[in-house]
Design a protein around this ligand. Structure first.
Ligand code: ZN
Length: 57
């Protein structure tokens, strides 16, 4: 599978719905494109999401 960052917006949405349906939570965010992923290899600039950081908002 190609990187999420390279996908069209519609494909990205489908991918997100797919892992949500599987009960997975994204653990990485792309610093460059703000895309979320379960697998760091699927985004171009992965940054691990920390639970404490999420709590902030
Ligand atoms: Zn990216």
């Amino acid at each position: 599978m190609k990187k999420i960052c390279k996908l069209e917006k519609k494909e990205t949405e489908r991918y997100v719905l797919e892992f949500v349906a599987e009960g997975q939570r994204p653990t990485y965010i792309c610093e460059a494109c703000a895309r979320l992923a379960v697998d760091r290899k699927k985004i171009c600039k992965p940054l691990k999401i920390r639970k404490k950081a999420v709590k902030k908002k």
